[in-house]
Structure formats: structure tokens, C-alpha cells
Design a protein around this ligand. Structure first.
Ligand code: SF4
Ligand code: SF4
Length: 367
């Protein structure tokens, strides 16, 4: 199977301030091209686009193409589980929302130390295994955001799992808060195939600091930033799929251009890109991926990822004073300084970011 998967968490929007306003017409064109070029793997999840991603997949893909012409991955939202009965209830809801009778891949979503305890309490592993035995799930996986030691523990407890989904990109390969390399090695030790998420780290490996972009261009004038990032991930042994959250037809055509006839990276290319990652780590102020997992539970309605994006941009361009985009965002959301330090968001953050402390920097800079 071709190694590029369509991540359905960043569909194009009709209104940039409304994650539910998916541009269905453009998404249909994207699916048309994706399938026409021979790609198959489509990855959605319960919370993406505040619940609208699964429905968009139904309308733009499932209702327009034969079931055998694509492979669909969906995920059990561990963070929404309270009791055992939630697993079949949500699973049934997902089948209805996506319009399929089975999932090719079904993952327990976002396992961390705490959410692993939730999954155990709600018997999530037993539930997915039963769905597999009943033919409603073809392959069983989980996505993971914690330490290599925790991954080792979960894979030792659950050898029945077919594959794992890990955050791997050249920036996080050696990053302390993500430990991509060490997690990758644990999965390989257990003989599991790997699906990669965040290969371009929420888009941050597209918009690179000028001097790093110049280094990459010098090494290969033909290769763009997305290609360096996605090919790095896809070239690792044991990687079956790399998910890219493509947000426009243009991005999709670009990704397809280097993944249609994929050529693995040479050792030299790998060295160059890992060196670039080292340099970027020193310049990115707040390594937020924009996943928005932190947003829903914030009682102050603080638009955390947007503020971090604006802050990173400001650090990069060394600008100061009031910022139009920030002033506009706080018309409809809480300000960074409205944070009451409840730390709810930090418990949800897969990147383990010190959100409260970072918001203080945002408020000092923008308010
Ligand atoms: S710590 Fe601040 S930003 Fe985080 S959930 Fe609480 S109020 Fe919101
Ligand atoms: S702060 Fe963490 S949870 Fe929130 S958007 Fe960024 S990476 Fe995601």
C-alpha cells in the first residue's frame, strides 16, 4: 500500500474561526485525487473538527465510493470514556457517523499514563478485541503520547495489538518531551508496525526559519520542506503509513508529488534533516502542534493553540506591541491572562507542554 495516509483532522474550512465549517466540496475533490492516484488510507477520529470529521468522511468518501476502494481508520476516544458501556455506545455512533459497517483499522486514541488507566477501567482493549473477532474491526491499534517506558509496559501487557501510531518527525526525534526515536525503538522491539502521525508537526516543519530552509534548499534544490519531513518519516523501517493532515487540494498535490513513487531517504539526507531538526529545536519558542485537545475543557475559553502560534510567529519575526490577530481572537475567546491556572489543559496535552507558564509569556508579549 502507498505510504501516504489522509489525516482528516485539518480539513479545509469555509470559516477559519469555525472548525466545524468543513469545505466539503474541496474535500470531495481531495478524496477524488487521493484515490485516483492509488492512495487508500484515510484516518479520522471522534473529536476531529469537533465531531464533524467523521460525518464529512461519510459524505465525501463513503457515500461516493465502493467500500473496498479505501481503508478507513477511526479511534475510540479514551478521553470521553467514563464506564465500560461507553465503548460500544461510542463505537456504534462512529459506525453511523461514518456510514460503514466495519473499520479497517480501529485505535484506542491517545494513550498516556492517565488514559491507559481509563482504558483499563473501561475495558477498552477487551472491547476492541471483541470487535475484531466479530469482524467489525480488521486491525487493532492504539495511538500513543507518553514515555518509551510506558509504551513498553502497554505493549508487554497487550501483545494482541496489531500496530501502534506514534508521533514521529525529524524535529521530535531526540526531543525530551516526545522522544520519537526511543518510542520508535520500543515499538520495533515488540515487532509492531508503525503508523506515523504529526510527520510535519502540525505544519510547523513547513514554515521553517529562513536559514534552515536555505540549508535544506542548498542540499537539494528540488525538494520542498514537506518532502523532507514526510520522506524522513516514511523511510524508517517498519513504518507502514505516514499520516498527513492535508488542509487543501494544493497541499495534497504537493504531498502526492513525492509520495506517489516514494523513494526512501539516503543516509546523507537523513543526517542533513536531523541536523536541521537540532537547529530548529533551539529556535521554536513553544512546540505546540495545534491539535486543540486542550481547548474543550478550558473554563476560560482560552484559544491556546492560536495564541501559541501567534507567539511563535512573533518570536521568529522579532515583532513587538499589539497584534491585530491576537486582538481579534480575544473578542470571542478568553485572553491569555484570564487563565486561572487550573492545569486541566496540561493534562490533555499530548506534547506535555507547560501551558500555564507559556500563557504567561503570551500575555506579557501581547497584552
Ligand atoms: S490552566 Fe488556564 S488555560 Fe488551562 S484549562 Fe485552566 S484556565 Fe484554561
Ligand atoms: S497546547 Fe498541547 S494540547 Fe493544546 S493544541 Fe498545543 S499541543 Fe495540542
Amino acid at each position: 500500500m502507498k505510504k501516504l495516509g489522509f489525516g482528516c483532522m485539518r480539513f479545509p474550512l469555509l470559516d477559519e474561526n469555525d472548525p466545524k465549517s468543513i469545505d466539503l466540496e474541496q474535500v470531495e475533490r481531495m478524496f477524488d485525487i487521493f484515490l485516483e492516484k492509488g492512495f487508500l488510507y484515510v484516518d479520522t477520529a471522534y473529536p476531529y473538527h469537533e465531531g464533524e470529521s467523521e460525518k464529512a468522511v461519510k459524505k465525501a468518501l463513503v457515500e461516493r465510493y465502493p467500500r473496498t476502494s479505501f481503508r478507513l481508520a477511526d479511534k475510540l476516544p479514551t478521553f470521553n470514556l467514563k464506564e465500560e458501556a461507553d465503548c460500544p455506545r461510542i463505537f456504534q455512533e462512529q459506525l453511523e457517523k461514518t456510514g460503514v459497517s466495519y473499520f479497517d483499522y480501529y485505535l484506542i486514541h491517545c494513550l498516556t499514563k492517565d488514559l491507559y488507566e481509563t482504558a483499563k477501567k473501561c475495558k477498552a482493549f477487551e472491547f476492541v478485541q471483541t470487535m475484531k473477532e466479530e469482524g467489525k474491526v480488521k486491525e487493532f491499534g492504539f495511538s500513543f503520547h507518553d514515555t518509551p517506558e510506558k509504551l513498553d509496559e502497554i505493549l508487554s501487557d497487550h501483545p494482541e495489538v496489531d500496530f501502534v501510531q506514534l508521533q514521529i518527525n525529524y524535529l521530535d526525534w531526540e526531543a525530551e518531551n516526545v522522544q520519537s526515536r526511543a518510542c520508535y525503538e520500543v515499538a520495533r522491539k515488540h515487532g509492531k508496525e508503525i503508523v506515523i502521525m504529526e510527520p510535519i508537526k502540525g505544519g510547523s516543519l513547513i514554515d521553517l526559519p529562513k536559514e534552515i530552509e536555505a540549508d535544506l534548499r542548498k542540499a537539494d534544490p528540488e525538494q520542498d520542506n514537506a518532502s523532507w519531513a514526510i520522506r524522513f518519516a516514511a523511510s524508517l523501517p517498519g513504518v507502514r503509513m505516514v499520516l498527513s493532515g492535508m488542509s487543501s487540494l494544493e497541499q495534497m498535490l504537493d504531498n502526492i508529488s513525492f509520495m506517489e513513487n516514494f523513494v526512501p531517504m539516503s543516509e546523507e539526507e537523513q543526517k542533513i534533516v536531523l541536523e536541521a531538526g537540532e537547529k530548529i529545536r533551539k529556535t521554536v519558542a513553544i512546540p505546540c502542534t495545534g491539535c486543540e485537545y486542550c481547548v474543550a475543557g478550558c473554563s476560560q475559553n482560552i484559544w491556546i493553540p492560536e495564541y501559541f502560534k501567534l507567539y511563535n510567529e512573533r518570536q521568529r519575526t522579532l515583532s513587538k506591541g499589539h497584534d491585530k490577530a491576537y486582538d481579534q481572537a480575544i473578542q470571542t475567546h478568553g485572553k491569555a491572562s484570564d487563565c486561572i491556572e487550573c492545569h486541566q489543559c496540561e493534562r490533555m496535552c499530548p506534547q506535555h507542554l507547560p501551558i500555564v507558564e507559556s500563557l504567561k509569556k503570551v500575555s506579557e508579549s501581547f497584552e
